[in-house]
Design a binder for this molecule. Structure first.
Ligand code: NAD
Length: 481
């Protein structure tokens, strides 16, 4: 029998793969086990493609190869992504700030540390049901190729966190990142691929289009090779993905309200609110966006916030700030995008307001109807509304949350009040007596994720949400009791 050169190559490739799978102990392998036939832009840009179609095809091919790898292999790849993220967090944070112009360097480092804590395969579980007629097992299988979008507000953090969760579940992923963060995302995707290939994994487990656009987003959303969509971003994006006809996870906008009642530890409440609100210049979706405080303790709360580093603006200055950061047209008042996520002192400089030290954020008292309360500003500017009593605060909070089902925060020692608020607001995340960040695992028992799926209900998404249930039914013979 004659064997062609191609067949010899295939045999060698199979043997190499087999050896790799047997050698779970080996940390680093000299050569990649599988080389994709699809070519990427260059060695420098592993996983980054000129065309969305090519990015999808590469992820689809990688999916076939990835299915040959063990769960231990997935864990090795994820571990190396986590280690790399922790090592490169300073450089990544610098790149994000430089490219997007949003947020601040110090908090981006913390966000990358957080992304590296995203859970992986440990959350996956197989369930079993047994009875008189045998056994059924339900396994969490990969969904396939996932098409994911990332927001400009957490670009590399979401690429890393999504990649960990999605790869843990055995999927491959193609990203359509926000165009204003395409360079840092391309760098992140390249490095993730490099790490995986160096560990003997397939190329292109994670891919993206080099120049993302609404058009490339549409290609991704409509391509039959993409099995699931995960949209992290604003409300328009989520609505568009939900119309695709595919399984879609929608992680949309928030406008998290805080309610503070007269039983709260006011100094701690002030510290927690300022810590959460001022994080990364307030560009994270779960952070405190407006406060409703019972009149009786409002002055104390505001004074305590100033002691915590907030800058209080009053009277005409609030109107000037509104003119600066919002714009009105026939459709209503909108946020001026160019003011999203800037350092707090820059807003003061723009209005020629002097300050003795750079503030952590700007606070002001407003009415409930004020645009600072109603709009998701994503700026370190926090409106505070006095309310007559706790129930009025909850009523306002529910209205200001706009049914996003995202995040709400409560400062109170009254269990009945806390329970009442939690039921009424019906959000995915409800944080009690802590900064909002506790909702995604910062100094709390909650799980870490950068994709909070309120509209579609998965909650704080993890690897489990990127799986499909497969049932294997074994009739007779497999039951041992
Ligand atoms: P966005 O909706 O403008 O962008 C998100 C995604 O939409 C991008 O990655 C991109 O794929 C697509 N997109 C939007 N405009 C595009 C364009 N011109 N060209 C190509 N693609 C485009 O949202 P954003 O401003 O990047 O992020 C901020 C919003 O996301 C806020 O509303 C915030 O609350 C929300 N967010 C939600 C979560 C969550 O987990 N629920 C997490 C982070 C951010």
């Amino acid at each position: 029998m004659q064997i062609s050169e191609k067949e010899i190559q295939q045999l060698v490739s199979q043997i190499v793969q087999q050896t790799i799978r047997q050698d779970n102990q080996s940390e680093v392998l000299d050569k990649p086990a599988v080389k994709s036939e699809l070519t990427t832009l260059s060695e420098e840009h592993l996983g980054v493609f000129d065309k969305m179609e090519d990015a999808i095809n590469a992820a689809e091919k990688a999916k076939q190869q990835y299915s040959q790898y063990t769960i231990k292999d997935r864990e090795r790849f994820i571990e190396s992504i986590k280690k790399w993220t922790l090592k490169e967090k300073y450089d990544l944070s610098k790149r994000v700030v430089e490219e997007t112009g949003l947020g601040n360097y110090e908090d981006k480092i913390k966000k990358h540390e957080l992304a590296a804590r995203t859970p992986g395969t440990e959350l996956l579980e197989t369930k079993a049901q047994s009875g008189d007629t045998g056994l059924a097992i339900i396994e969490e299988a990969p969904f396939g190729v996932i098409g994911a979008t990332t927001p400009v507000t957490n670009p590399s953090e979401t690429v890393i966190s999504n990649a960990i969760g999605m790869l843990a579940a055995g999927n491959t992923v193609v990203f359509n990142v926000h165009p204003s963060s395409k360079n840092v995302c391309a760098y992140t995707v390249t490095q993730i691929n490099r790490l995986i290939v160096n560990l003997g994994g397939p190329e292109n487990l994670v891919t993206m289009v080099k120049n993302p656009s609404m058009e490339s987003l549409n290609v991704m959303a409509s391509c039959p090779k993409v099995n699931m969509l995960v949209g992290t971003g604003g409300p328009g994006l989520v609505k568009a993905l939900l119309k695709s006809g595919k399984k879609a996870i929608g992680a949309g906008a928030g406008n998290p309200p805080v309610v503070v009642d007269e039983t709260a530890n006011i100094q701690k409440a002030a510290r927690d609110i300022i810590t959460g609100h001022s994080f990364d210049n307030n560009i994270v979706c779960i952070l405190e966006k407006e406060v409703f405080v019972v009149d009786q303790v409002a002055n104390e709360l505001i004074e305590s916030m100033v002691q915590e580093g907030a800058f209080l603006i009053k009277g005409d200055t609030i109107e000037s700030m509104k003119q600066l950061i919002t714009v009105e047209d026939q459709d209503g008042v909108h946020v001026r995008k160019e003011w999203v996520g800037k350092d707090p002192y820059k807003y003061l400089d723009a209005l020629n307001i002097s300050y003795t030290q750079k503030p952590k954020c700007i606070i002001c008292e407003t009415e409930f109807e004020h645009p600072f309360v109603q709009l998701e500003l994503l700026m370190p500017i926090l409106p505070i509304v006095r309310v007559e009593n706790f129930h009025q605060g909850v009523d306002y909070a529910v209205k200001a949350e706009h049914g996003n089902r995202h995040t709400a925060i409560c400062h109170s020692q009254n269990i009945d009040n806390i329970t009442y608020y939690a039921k009424a607001i019906n959000t995915t995340i409800f944080v009690k007596n802590a900064p909002s960040l506790a909702g995604i695992g910062v100094e709390s028992e909650s799980v870490v994720s950068f994709t909070i799926a309120g509209p579609t209900g998965e909650g704080i998404t993890t690897s489990k949400d990127y799986t499909r249930a497969r049932h294997c039914v074994l009739v007779d013979g497999f039951r041992i009791i």
